[in-house]
Every structure is written in C-alpha cells, then in structure tokens.
Design a protein around this ligand. Structure first.
Ligand code: IPM
Ligand code: MG
Length: 367
C-alpha cells in the first residue's frame, strides 16, 4: 500500500501549538514503528480568513477530499466575532464536515484513573467511565433550510430548521450499533419525540435499525432527561446516539465528566473511499481557547488522542492506537499535568511541549 496521506489543519488559538506535539508523535511512529505518513499542512478558520478572506480555501477543501485523513486543531477567536456570518471561522469547519459528508461524529468520554479526582462529580460516579457519543454531524438544525434572519412586520425573525431524512437517521444509527457491537452492546438514542416530529421519526428509524442488531439492547431517552442522567449516573451508558445539536451539547457535558475538556478526542467519519478507508477528520473536542493561546500552556492530549483515533479508525492500527493511549495513561499516572489538570494541591504545570516530551518518552519506553 502507498504511504497514507494526512492533511493537518492546525487552525486558530491553541490549535497550532497542540498540533506541533501531534506532529512529533506522527514522526515517532514513522521513525520507530516504520509507519510513515505523507503529511501536508494548510489553513482553516480565522487563519485561512486572514490569508484568503475565507475560512476555508477551495484548494484546501479539494485537498481534504483527496487525503486519507484530516487532522484539525481548532477554529475561532474573539478577533473574528464581528465578521459576517458566512466567513466566520466556524463556517470553515462546517464546510469540511458537510462536503466530506462526515455524518458520524464519535466522541468518546473516558475517565482516566489518574484524573478521576478532577471531575466536578464525585469520584465514584466517574471512575472507570467509558462512553461513546455518536453525534449526527451533517444535518439537523445546523444545516436545515429555510434559515436566516428575515423582516416580518416591524421586527426581525431568526429562523433555523430541524430537518432529518430517514436515510440520514439510519446511517448515524448504524454507526452507533456497529460500535456497540464492539463494546458493551448497549445503545441509548436521545431526541425530543415528545415535542418534535423529527424526534418521532428519529425514534422510529433507530428502532427499525435495531432489528438488524438483535444482540444490542436499545433504549430511548428524551434528550433533556439524557442530560440529567449523564450527570446523575453516567456509567449506565455505553453508546449514545443523537442528532447534531443535542450531540453538540451532550458531548460537552460528557467531556466535562472526565475532568477536563483538554482530554477528549473525536473522529468524524463518512462513507468508505475507493481504498476502503472511510472519509475522516479527527479533532479534539476542545475549542481554540484564545485566553491561553500562544503561551505554551495548552494540554495537547486531546489532539494526540485524536491521532490515536485516526490510527484505529482510518489506518486499521488498533494496537498502535492502544500503545499511544497507554503511553498517555502512563504519563498521567506518573503525575505529569498541564495547567488544566492542576488540582487544589497545586504544583508546577508542564508546558505543552513538556507534555509532548513526556508522551514521546513513554512511547519510547513502550518499545
Ligand atoms: C463542536 C463545536 C462546533 C459545533 C463549532 C465550533 C462549530 O462546538 O465541534 O462541538 O458546534 O459543532
Ligand atoms: Mg461543541
């Protein structure tokens, strides 16, 4: 097989500094595991806007369609808040998701033992937590038409449309059931079928898909109850499948259960390409964190764990993904912490690059 190709889009804020550490990890796998990647880098978000006046250049979009996987850092920053909606940094990210048709967004929330004390919840509620949220990513209220701000009488009206076709629900549901088969065989589907027709259809289609997976136990929850259950007893869940907007909100909530948003990776997967690999983009769940950008304080772990997901889901290297995840676990167990992981007892936090050093050293030790 030819050398796999990666497109790196560091983006804005802390994106470039955390991505620098991912690049070191990618190089490590090339040098020490004989797994070279053909890496190119480009702009997205505010960085692309500054250079080209658009948050994603057409050439970058074309490149993203060609490569085996895209790695994205983060987009956005306060300096772009007043930009026209169509050129806001976030539009670059949404265009990538939509045009690559990355319908299944996998957001694992795992609580590392060494960090169970950092959760805002009691330790026994989160210790050992391992759930996977599958968020539909290419439809729903994020993309539904009509949308816009219109004049009506003597006032303005803001409009967005929640819209789901059966096939859009079905493919997201299938992704969730396939994952559940490789995990603890439980899927909980979340919607608001009590107030939304799209929720009624969602529940019907998911129930139909479940018939193809008789070993998987399916449950349904209204999304508001789901939010409550996530903070009450999160370990009741295995795989959660939900729509684009509920998934956005519920995944932030799940992420925080694990102690820090700086720990959580994600994979956005689409249909298989000609070479059998899925269209794919990997990104940390955290955003651009402009308040700490450029200071070397950011935690690179979420972004590095996103590369581990790439090894697993794009390159069929589950063992190497586990090697990387275990290296990170070992680093955390040794007490290494970036600023976001400092407890009340204090101590000196590691810089972004020092955390990278520690992870590379743990990878070396794994050989
Ligand atoms: C996320 C983010 C994005 C979203 C933003 C940056 C557009 O919050 O990936 O969760 O709303 O999907
Ligand atoms: Mg979000």
């Amino acid at each position: 097989m030819s050398t796999p190709t990666l497109l790196i889009l560091p983006g804005d804020g802390i994106g470039p500094e955390v991505m620098d550490q991912v690049t070191r990890v990618i190089d490590w796998f090339g040098d020490k595991r004989d797994m070279p990647f053909d890496v190119s880098t480009d702009l997205v978000g505010g960085a692309a806007y500054d250079a080209h006046g658009v948050p994603l250049h057409d050439d970058t979009m074309a490149k993203a369609q060609e490569v085996d996987a895209v790695l994205l850092g983060a987009v956005g920053g306060p300096q772009y808040d007043d930009l026209d909606f169509r050129v806001k940094p976030e539009r670059g990210l949404l265009r990538l998701r939509k045009e690559m048709d990355l319908f299944a967004n996998l957001r694992p929330a795992q609580c590392f033992d060494a960090l169970a004390d950092f959760s805002s919840l009691k330790k026994d509620i989160v210790a050992g937590l391992d759930i996977m949220i599958v968020r539909e990513l290419t439809s729903g209220v994020y993309f539904g038409e009509p949308r816009g701000i219109i004049e009506e009488g003597n006032e303005r009206v803001g409009i967005n449309t929640q819209r789901y076709t059966e096939s859009e629900i079905e493919r997201a549901a299938r992704a969730a059931f396939e994952l559940a088969m490789r995990r603890n065989k439980k899927v909980c589907s979340m919607e608001k079928a009590n107030v939304m027709e799209s929720g009624i259809l969602w529940r019907e289609v998911v129930t139909d898909v479940a018939k193809d997976y008789p070993e998987v136990e399916l449950s349904h929850m209204y999304a508001d109850n789901g939010a409550m259950q996530l903070v009450r007893a999160p370990k009741q869940f295995d795989v959660i499948v939900t729509d684009n907007l509920f998934g956005d909100i519920l995944s932030d909530c799940a992420a925080m259960l694990t102690g820090s948003l700086g720990m959580l990776p994600s994979a956005s997967l689409g249909a298989p390409m000609a070479n059998g690999r899925p269209k794919a983009m990997y990104e940390p769940v955290h955003g651009s964190a402009p308040d700490i950008a450029g200071q070397g304080k950011a935690n690179p772990i979420a972004c590095i764990l996103s590369f581990a997901m790439a090894l697993r889901y794009s390159f069929d290297q589950g063992d190497e993904a586990t090697r990387l995840e275990q290296a990170i676990e070992a680093v955390l167990a040794s007490g290494a912490r970036t600023g976001d992981l400092m407890g009340p007892e204090g101590g000196t936090p590691l810089s972004t690059a020092e955390m990278g050093d520690a992870i590379i050293a743990a990878l070396d030790a794994s050989l």
